[in-house]
Design a protein. Structure first.
Length: 124
């Protein structure tokens, strides 16, 4: 498993605004063993209410009988149903975790080379 976690603190939004993660992009490359898969997960939560999380997931499959080189260009969109921060002016700490799971017991590999996050605001 490979994971990347980021904590983002926002301030200065003024009273009456909420923040939500809208999109996650990840790029990387690796190799998948024959008949194996790669799973990816993007999870967001706010420190003030850490028990509420939102996770998006997906998978890549190698259905071949030989290893496959795989570039990964993943885009996960949380859309309008995203997890919104509390409605306050105290600042928000957003925690985003992107992780890769290779369930084939070590014969596959993968490395994320970059991630990009986009957030959105709304009045509350």
């Amino acid at each position: 498993m490979s994971a990347c976690q980021i904590h983002i603190s926002t301030r200065g939004s003024g009273r009456g605004w909420q923040l939500a993660l809208s999109d996650v992009w990840a790029e990387g490359k690796g190799s998948l063993a024959p008949k194996s898969s790669l799973e990816y997960y993007s999870t967001v939560f706010f420190s003030a209410d850490a028990e509420k999380t939102q996770t998006l997931d997906g998978a890549l499959q190698n259905t071949k009988d030989s290893p496959a080189s795989v570039p990964l260009d993943v885009h996960s969109s949380h859309g309008d149903e995203g997890l919104w921060s509390a409605c306050s002016s105290d600042g928000h700490i957003a925690n985003v975790i992107f992780r890769i799971v290779l369930p084939d017991k070590g014969t596959s590999n993968f490395e994320v080379s970059s991630e990009k996050l986009a957030f959105k605001w709304r009045r509350c």
